[in-house]
Ligand binder design. Structure first.
Ligand SMILES: Cc1cc2nc3c(=O)[nH]c(=O)nc-3n(C[C@H](O)[C@H](O)[C@H](O)COP(=O)(O)OP(=O)(O)OC[C@H]3O[C@@H](n4cnc5c(N)ncnc54)[C@H](O)[C@@H]3O)c2cc1C
Length: 276
């Protein structure tokens, strides 16, 4: 297949959040796990049908927290989700007693970078995706600190009275080494792959600040792949925002004057009116 335009940055700069699951076994049916039983499901269904409330109206991720896994970082670099249930996501374990809870933690701004490469010249062939998680040791350290803070949080009186025992990991991890091992053995992608067609004006960028692919007329990209850096949170709403922004650029026929070797005043693109 003939190469139309060789952009070296395509497929570089892949980033994803790495997700850790801390799972706890509970002393009784305190969490949504009790709704795995059919009669409780029926009652929950009835409650929702009648009052539009109850567990069916929950998104399961009922609590969230942004916190610091590195005291030198001025911004929170850990995100937690509290889920009153266990085994609620693909690949996550159930609690042994059937009643559990999950605390998810991920690092918001990982330093590790992966790649997306072509396997062959066949455009229908699946690409080679290498997230390269934890290739920067800093990421494992921040996540290990996230595990430590998570375990400390679950040990507080307000929660510990509902907890029979930690299940995954099966004990309080006392040392940094143990926590890093846990991160490396059990961490999984948070399904926020981003950055492999990053926006910018340097030679390794793929799209310009108006989302146009450098060097190809009439082609724009608007999805998580154009993020130069992952956002410090989940990616769904930011992806929708990118789509909205693209619609605005197309409607106003916006064109960035920037080329891969030039600098650009990003402030120019923040206003509603963008010159074509
Ligand atoms: C299981 C899962 C759970 C998630 N949970 C959350 C969450 O709770 N909160 C959150 O904020 N984010 C969540 N995310 C992440 C979020 O969904 C994504 O970051 C976001 O949808 C990415 O948007 P996108 O436009 O980049 O890609 P996508 O949403 O993947 O859109 C790509 C689109 O392109 C289409 N497409 C692909 N190939 C072609 C082709 N050849 N021709 C035409 N169309 C094509 C696809 O069908 C798809 O519609 C989750 C992701 C997954 C996978």
């Amino acid at each position: 297949m003939k190469v139309v335009h060789d952009l070296r940055g395509v497929g570089e700069n892949l980033q994803d959040h790495m997700d850790m699951f801390l799972i706890y076994d509970l002393t009784g049916p305190h969490s949504y796990d009790k709704y795995k039983k059919l009669h409780n499901q029926a009652l929950a269904g009835l409650e929702y049908a009648l009052f539009r409330s109850g567990p069916v109206a929950s998104n399961i991720c009922e609590g969230g927290l942004l916190w610091y896994g590195d005291e030198h970082d001025p911004l929170p670099n850990l995100q937690y989700h509290f889920l009153p249930g266990a085994g609620v996501e693909e690949g996550a374990d159930q609690a042994p007693s059937g009643n559990g809870l999950t605390l998810n933690v991920y690092q918001t701004r990982p330093r590790s970078r992966g790649t997306v490469r072509l396997k062959s010249g066949d455009p229908a062939a699946a690409p080679l995706v290498d997230p390269n998680y934890l290739s920067d040791p800093y990421d494992a350290e921040v996540l290990a600190e996230g595990v430590r803070i998570g375990q400390e949080t679950l040990a507080q009186n307000a929660l510990s009275k509902f907890v029979r025992a930690p299940y995954r990991p099966g004990k309080i991890l006392a040392t940094k080494e143990e926590r890093i091992r846990f991160v490396r053995e059990t961490g999984q992608g948070a399904l926020h792959p981003s950055g492999a067609c990053r926006m910018g004006v340097d030679a390794m960028s793929v799209v310009d600040p108006t989302f146009r692919v450098h060097g190809i007329e009439g082609l724009r990209v608007a999805d998580t792949s154009i993020m130069p850096k992952l956002v410090s949170g989940n990616t769904n709403a930011p992806s929708m925002m990118l789509g909205e922004r693209l619609a605005h650029f197309i409607k106003t026929n916006a064109r960035s004057a920037a080329t891969p070797s030039a600098t650009v005043d990003l402030g120019r693109y923040r206003g509603e009116k963008v010159e074509s």
